[in-house]
Design a protein around this ligand. Structure first.
Ligand SMILES: Nc1ncnc2c1ncn2[C@@H]1O[C@H](COP(=O)(O)OP(=O)(O)OP(=O)(O)O)[C@@H](O)[C@H]1O
Ligand SMILES: [Mg+2]
Length: 260
Protein backbone atom coordinates (compact mmCIF):
# COMPACT_ATOMS: atom_id res chain seq x y z
CA UNK A 1 0.00 0.00 0.00
CA UNK A 2 1.36 3.45 -0.84
CA UNK A 3 2.64 5.38 2.20
CA UNK A 4 -0.27 7.83 2.33
CA UNK A 5 -2.95 5.25 1.56
CA UNK A 6 -5.56 4.97 4.26
CA UNK A 7 -7.12 1.83 5.63
CA UNK A 8 -10.90 1.46 5.16
CA UNK A 9 -12.26 4.42 7.08
CA UNK A 10 -14.67 7.30 6.79
CA UNK A 11 -14.05 11.06 6.78
CA UNK A 12 -15.60 12.72 9.83
CA UNK A 13 -18.16 9.96 9.77
CA UNK A 14 -18.76 10.47 6.04
CA UNK A 15 -17.99 8.00 3.29
CA UNK A 16 -14.91 8.43 1.09
CA UNK A 17 -17.18 9.19 -1.88
CA UNK A 18 -20.86 9.82 -1.38
CA UNK A 19 -23.69 10.64 -3.75
CA UNK A 20 -26.90 11.80 -2.10
CA UNK A 21 -30.23 12.15 -3.87
CA UNK A 22 -28.50 13.01 -7.14
CA UNK A 23 -30.66 14.01 -10.11
CA UNK A 24 -29.39 14.90 -13.54
CA UNK A 25 -30.94 15.75 -16.93
CA UNK A 26 -29.16 16.68 -20.17
CA UNK A 27 -30.55 19.88 -21.75
CA UNK A 28 -34.01 19.33 -23.24
CA UNK A 29 -34.13 15.74 -21.96
CA UNK A 30 -35.95 14.09 -19.08
CA UNK A 31 -34.02 12.97 -15.99
CA UNK A 32 -31.29 10.50 -16.86
CA UNK A 33 -30.12 9.98 -13.25
CA UNK A 34 -32.89 9.87 -10.67
CA UNK A 35 -32.48 10.21 -6.93
CA UNK A 36 -29.27 8.17 -6.78
CA UNK A 37 -27.57 7.56 -3.45
CA UNK A 38 -24.28 5.70 -3.49
CA UNK A 39 -21.39 5.16 -1.07
CA UNK A 40 -17.80 4.22 -1.82
CA UNK A 41 -15.40 3.66 1.06
CA UNK A 42 -11.60 4.01 0.92
CA UNK A 43 -10.04 1.26 -1.17
CA UNK A 44 -13.42 -0.19 -2.09
CA UNK A 45 -14.44 -1.29 -5.59
CA UNK A 46 -17.99 -0.49 -6.66
CA UNK A 47 -19.30 -1.69 -10.03
CA UNK A 48 -22.20 -0.14 -11.93
CA UNK A 49 -24.09 -2.47 -14.27
CA UNK A 50 -27.29 -2.13 -16.27
CA UNK A 51 -28.74 -2.12 -19.74
CA UNK A 52 -27.41 0.18 -22.43
CA UNK A 53 -28.68 3.73 -21.98
CA UNK A 54 -29.68 3.30 -18.31
CA UNK A 55 -27.30 6.09 -17.20
CA UNK A 56 -24.08 4.34 -16.08
CA UNK A 57 -21.66 6.66 -17.90
CA UNK A 58 -23.65 9.71 -16.86
CA UNK A 59 -23.54 8.62 -13.21
CA UNK A 60 -19.78 7.98 -13.45
CA UNK A 61 -19.23 11.46 -14.92
CA UNK A 62 -21.32 13.00 -12.14
CA UNK A 63 -19.32 11.17 -9.46
CA UNK A 64 -16.07 12.39 -11.07
CA UNK A 65 -17.20 16.02 -11.31
CA UNK A 66 -17.29 15.96 -15.13
CA UNK A 67 -21.03 16.75 -14.99
CA UNK A 68 -22.91 18.78 -12.39
CA UNK A 69 -26.14 17.43 -10.92
CA UNK A 70 -29.28 19.60 -10.99
CA UNK A 71 -30.08 18.53 -7.44
CA UNK A 72 -28.41 16.41 -4.79
CA UNK A 73 -24.86 16.39 -3.50
CA UNK A 74 -21.60 14.60 -4.32
CA UNK A 75 -18.73 14.61 -1.86
CA UNK A 76 -15.21 13.19 -1.99
CA UNK A 77 -13.49 12.98 1.38
CA UNK A 78 -16.06 15.38 2.81
CA UNK A 79 -15.54 18.03 0.09
CA UNK A 80 -18.11 18.92 -2.57
CA UNK A 81 -17.13 17.58 -5.98
CA UNK A 82 -17.51 20.44 -8.47
CA UNK A 83 -14.80 19.44 -10.97
CA UNK A 84 -12.27 16.63 -11.43
CA UNK A 85 -9.38 16.88 -8.93
CA UNK A 86 -5.79 15.56 -9.20
CA UNK A 87 -6.59 12.83 -6.71
CA UNK A 88 -8.82 11.16 -9.36
CA UNK A 89 -7.80 8.90 -12.22
CA UNK A 90 -9.80 7.97 -15.33
CA UNK A 91 -9.76 5.00 -17.67
CA UNK A 92 -12.18 4.90 -20.56
CA UNK A 93 -13.16 2.17 -23.00
CA UNK A 94 -10.60 3.30 -25.56
CA UNK A 95 -7.04 3.51 -24.15
CA UNK A 96 -6.44 6.93 -25.88
CA UNK A 97 -2.64 6.68 -25.82
CA UNK A 98 -0.51 9.30 -27.58
CA UNK A 99 0.84 7.66 -30.77
CA UNK A 100 4.17 9.53 -30.81
CA UNK A 101 5.15 8.72 -27.21
CA UNK A 102 6.74 5.50 -25.99
CA UNK A 103 4.88 3.23 -23.59
CA UNK A 104 6.85 4.60 -20.64
CA UNK A 105 6.32 8.23 -21.71
CA UNK A 106 2.58 7.58 -22.08
CA UNK A 107 2.51 6.28 -18.52
CA UNK A 108 4.48 9.31 -17.28
CA UNK A 109 2.36 11.80 -19.24
CA UNK A 110 0.13 12.96 -16.32
CA UNK A 111 3.34 13.91 -14.49
CA UNK A 112 5.31 15.36 -17.43
CA UNK A 113 2.42 17.74 -18.18
CA UNK A 114 3.26 19.47 -14.90
CA UNK A 115 7.05 19.63 -15.24
CA UNK A 116 10.19 17.52 -15.49
CA UNK A 117 9.76 13.93 -14.34
CA UNK A 118 11.98 13.03 -11.39
CA UNK A 119 14.06 9.86 -11.17
CA UNK A 120 11.77 8.56 -8.45
CA UNK A 121 8.70 9.17 -10.63
CA UNK A 122 10.36 7.42 -13.57
CA UNK A 123 11.22 4.48 -11.31
CA UNK A 124 7.60 4.30 -10.18
CA UNK A 125 6.44 4.34 -13.81
CA UNK A 126 8.77 1.44 -14.56
CA UNK A 127 7.49 -0.39 -11.49
CA UNK A 128 3.91 -0.01 -12.72
CA UNK A 129 4.95 -1.34 -16.14
CA UNK A 130 6.57 -4.34 -14.46
CA UNK A 131 3.40 -4.99 -12.46
CA UNK A 132 1.44 -4.82 -15.71
CA UNK A 133 3.86 -7.23 -17.43
CA UNK A 134 5.02 -4.55 -19.88
CA UNK A 135 8.68 -4.04 -18.97
CA UNK A 136 9.99 -5.29 -22.29
CA UNK A 137 7.64 -2.98 -24.20
CA UNK A 138 8.61 0.20 -22.34
CA UNK A 139 10.24 1.79 -25.43
CA UNK A 140 7.65 0.67 -27.98
CA UNK A 141 5.03 2.97 -29.51
CA UNK A 142 1.30 2.29 -28.93
CA UNK A 143 0.71 0.98 -32.47
CA UNK A 144 3.21 -1.80 -31.75
CA UNK A 145 1.02 -3.07 -28.88
CA UNK A 146 -2.01 -5.37 -28.80
CA UNK A 147 -5.36 -4.03 -27.55
CA UNK A 148 -4.82 -5.71 -24.17
CA UNK A 149 -1.33 -4.25 -23.83
CA UNK A 150 -2.66 -0.78 -24.67
CA UNK A 151 -5.30 -1.18 -21.95
CA UNK A 152 -2.58 -2.09 -19.48
CA UNK A 153 -0.67 1.07 -20.39
CA UNK A 154 -3.85 3.14 -19.85
CA UNK A 155 -4.29 1.61 -16.39
CA UNK A 156 -0.65 2.25 -15.47
CA UNK A 157 -1.04 5.85 -16.70
CA UNK A 158 -4.13 6.30 -14.51
CA UNK A 159 -2.24 4.99 -11.48
CA UNK A 160 0.99 7.00 -11.98
CA UNK A 161 -0.33 9.91 -9.90
CA UNK A 162 -1.37 7.44 -7.16
CA UNK A 163 -4.97 8.66 -7.18
CA UNK A 164 -7.10 7.64 -4.24
CA UNK A 165 -10.01 6.98 -6.61
CA UNK A 166 -10.28 5.67 -10.17
CA UNK A 167 -13.29 6.12 -12.44
CA UNK A 168 -13.45 3.48 -15.14
CA UNK A 169 -15.94 3.20 -17.99
CA UNK A 170 -15.93 -0.28 -19.54
CA UNK A 171 -12.12 -0.28 -19.83
CA UNK A 172 -11.92 -3.96 -20.79
CA UNK A 173 -15.00 -4.15 -23.01
CA UNK A 174 -13.15 -4.54 -26.30
CA UNK A 175 -10.82 -7.30 -25.10
CA UNK A 176 -11.09 -11.05 -25.56
CA UNK A 177 -12.22 -13.10 -22.56
CA UNK A 178 -8.79 -14.50 -21.64
CA UNK A 179 -7.04 -11.12 -21.79
CA UNK A 180 -9.89 -9.59 -19.81
CA UNK A 181 -9.61 -12.20 -17.05
CA UNK A 182 -5.87 -11.61 -16.77
CA UNK A 183 -6.28 -7.84 -16.72
CA UNK A 184 -8.98 -8.01 -14.05
CA UNK A 185 -6.59 -10.01 -11.88
CA UNK A 186 -3.63 -7.66 -12.41
CA UNK A 187 -5.82 -4.60 -12.00
CA UNK A 188 -7.10 -5.83 -8.61
CA UNK A 189 -3.54 -6.49 -7.46
CA UNK A 190 -2.50 -2.94 -8.39
CA UNK A 191 -5.49 -1.31 -6.70
CA UNK A 192 -4.87 -3.36 -3.62
CA UNK A 193 -1.18 -2.38 -3.58
CA UNK A 194 -2.08 1.32 -3.79
CA UNK A 195 -5.29 1.27 -1.71
CA UNK A 196 -7.20 2.76 -4.65
CA UNK A 197 -11.00 3.05 -4.54
CA UNK A 198 -12.73 2.37 -7.85
CA UNK A 199 -16.06 3.18 -9.46
CA UNK A 200 -16.22 0.81 -12.43
CA UNK A 201 -18.82 0.61 -15.20
CA UNK A 202 -19.24 -2.71 -16.97
CA UNK A 203 -21.77 -4.66 -19.02
CA UNK A 204 -20.23 -7.92 -17.89
CA UNK A 205 -21.95 -9.29 -14.79
CA UNK A 206 -19.14 -11.81 -14.11
CA UNK A 207 -16.58 -9.00 -14.30
CA UNK A 208 -18.63 -6.96 -11.82
CA UNK A 209 -18.83 -9.81 -9.31
CA UNK A 210 -15.14 -10.68 -9.70
CA UNK A 211 -13.95 -7.10 -9.13
CA UNK A 212 -16.44 -5.57 -6.76
CA UNK A 213 -17.17 -5.19 -3.08
CA UNK A 214 -20.54 -3.80 -4.13
CA UNK A 215 -22.49 -3.93 -7.37
CA UNK A 216 -25.26 -1.45 -8.17
CA UNK A 217 -27.70 -2.39 -10.89
CA UNK A 218 -29.12 0.68 -12.62
CA UNK A 219 -32.46 0.82 -14.38
CA UNK A 220 -33.65 3.96 -16.13
CA UNK A 221 -31.38 6.16 -14.04
CA UNK A 222 -32.26 4.63 -10.67
CA UNK A 223 -30.38 2.14 -8.55
CA UNK A 224 -32.62 -0.88 -8.81
CA UNK A 225 -30.54 -3.32 -6.75
CA UNK A 226 -27.42 -2.99 -4.60
CA UNK A 227 -25.56 -6.25 -4.12
CA UNK A 228 -22.84 -6.83 -1.53
CA UNK A 229 -20.10 -9.16 -2.81
CA UNK A 230 -18.51 -10.86 0.16
CA UNK A 231 -16.20 -13.20 -1.77
CA UNK A 232 -12.78 -13.34 -0.08
CA UNK A 233 -9.86 -11.21 -1.26
CA UNK A 234 -7.49 -11.47 -2.96
CA UNK A 235 -9.78 -12.76 -5.67
CA UNK A 236 -8.45 -15.77 -7.58
CA UNK A 237 -9.43 -16.78 -11.10
CA UNK A 238 -10.52 -20.18 -9.78
CA UNK A 239 -13.29 -18.41 -7.82
CA UNK A 240 -15.15 -17.86 -11.09
CA UNK A 241 -16.08 -21.55 -11.04
CA UNK A 242 -17.28 -21.71 -7.45
CA UNK A 243 -20.89 -22.04 -6.36
CA UNK A 244 -20.71 -18.80 -4.33
CA UNK A 245 -19.58 -16.83 -7.39
CA UNK A 246 -22.21 -18.29 -9.64
CA UNK A 247 -25.00 -17.72 -7.13
CA UNK A 248 -24.13 -14.01 -7.15
CA UNK A 249 -24.01 -13.94 -10.97
CA UNK A 250 -27.38 -15.67 -11.18
CA UNK A 251 -28.88 -13.24 -8.68
CA UNK A 252 -27.66 -10.26 -10.69
CA UNK A 253 -28.85 -11.82 -13.95
CA UNK A 254 -32.24 -12.48 -12.38
CA UNK A 255 -32.51 -8.86 -11.22
CA UNK A 256 -31.44 -7.61 -14.65
CA UNK A 257 -34.02 -9.81 -16.41
CA UNK A 258 -36.71 -8.48 -14.08
CA UNK A 259 -36.28 -4.91 -15.31
CA UNK A 260 -37.11 -3.43 -18.67
N1 LIG B 1 -24.51 14.37 -24.07
C1 LIG B 1 -25.75 13.89 -24.05
N2 LIG B 1 -26.81 14.67 -24.42
C2 LIG B 1 -28.07 14.21 -24.37
N3 LIG B 1 -28.40 12.96 -23.97
C3 LIG B 1 -27.41 12.15 -23.59
C4 LIG B 1 -26.04 12.56 -23.62
N4 LIG B 1 -25.26 11.53 -23.19
C5 LIG B 1 -26.12 10.53 -22.92
N5 LIG B 1 -27.39 10.88 -23.15
C6 LIG B 1 -28.58 10.07 -22.92
O1 LIG B 1 -28.62 9.73 -21.54
C7 LIG B 1 -29.04 8.39 -21.38
C8 LIG B 1 -27.99 7.66 -20.55
O2 LIG B 1 -26.79 7.65 -21.28
P1 LIG B 1 -25.48 6.96 -20.69
O3 LIG B 1 -24.39 7.19 -21.67
O4 LIG B 1 -25.28 7.44 -19.30
O5 LIG B 1 -25.92 5.41 -20.68
P2 LIG B 1 -25.06 4.11 -20.39
O6 LIG B 1 -25.79 3.33 -19.34
O7 LIG B 1 -23.65 4.47 -20.11
O8 LIG B 1 -25.18 3.33 -21.78
P3 LIG B 1 -24.13 2.34 -22.48
O9 LIG B 1 -24.19 1.08 -21.68
O10 LIG B 1 -24.69 2.18 -23.85
O11 LIG B 1 -22.80 2.99 -22.48
C9 LIG B 1 -29.26 7.82 -22.76
O12 LIG B 1 -30.64 7.87 -23.05
C10 LIG B 1 -28.50 8.74 -23.67
O13 LIG B 1 -29.12 8.87 -24.93
MG1 LIG C 1 -21.85 4.12 -21.13
Amino acid sequence: MKPNALPLMSFNGLSFLSLDAVNFAYPDRGDVVKNVCLRLETGEIHCLVGRSGCGKTTLLKLAAGLLKPQTGSIQLKGQDVTKPVPDMGFVFQSPTLLAWLSVLDNVLLPLSLHGPVTEAQQAFGEQLLTQMGLTELRNEKPHQLSGGQQSRVAIARALITQPSVLFMDEPFASLDAITRDELQHDFLAMCRAQGTAVLFVTHDLGEAIYLADQVSLLSEGRIHTALQVSLPRPRQSSMRYTAAFNVLCEQLRHDLDAIK
